[in-house]
Design a protein around this ligand. Structure first.
Ligand code: FES
Ligand code: FES
Length: 152
């Protein structure tokens, strides 16, 4: 099958890559752009480990064909503006194995963009698409709440 040229802006930098028709955005990020901070968990849209922000929307990059992302603006865990959330995760002990952590931070970033001071319910909803097998979630919620308090 012929490859398709895809151009995306990732973390402020323009990239053009030739991809097979059904190559996933997740694989383009990791394999073509060497941005391996975005993780693969389930590969089926269930765990949120592969979350990135695409044109302002949180998406599971394992479900996005790269050609569908052509012309879009993408933020990954390697992008800027995430330091406060990363710091709060570190301070709260909200990362253990770390597989879920980049996706959690992207989901937290999208949430805090929409709601700088989210309620507990909004935090639960904002992270509902992200599965963590290690932390029991409370420390992750605590980290997001800590960022919210610092936004005050
Ligand atoms: S790897 Fe994409 S949702 Fe699990
Ligand atoms: S820290 Fe291991 S899955 Fe969340």
């Amino acid at each position: 099958m012929p490859e398709t040229k895809v151009s995306v802006i990732v973390n402020g930098t323009v990239h053009s890559v030739a991809v097979p028709p059904m190559k996933r955005l997740l694989d383009v990020l990791r394999e073509d752009l060497l941005l391996t901070g975005t993780k693969e968990g389930c590969g089926e849209g269930e765990c949120g480990a592969c979350s990135v922000i695409l044109d302002g929307q949180l998406v599971n990059s394992c479900l996005v064909p790269a050609k569908q992302a052509d012309g879009s603006n993408i933020q990954t865990i390697e992008g800027s503006g995430l330091h406060a959330i990363q710091q709060a995760f570190a301070e709260a002990g909200a990362a253990q194995c770390g597989i879920c952590t980049p996706g959690m931070i992207m989901a937290a970033s999208a949430l805090l963009c929409r709601h700088p001071h989210p309620t507990a319910e909004e935090i639960r909803e904002g992270l509902a698409g992200n599965i963590c097998r290690c932390t029991g979630y409370q420390k992750i919620f605590d980290a997001v709440e800590a960022v919210s308090r610092r936004n005050a």
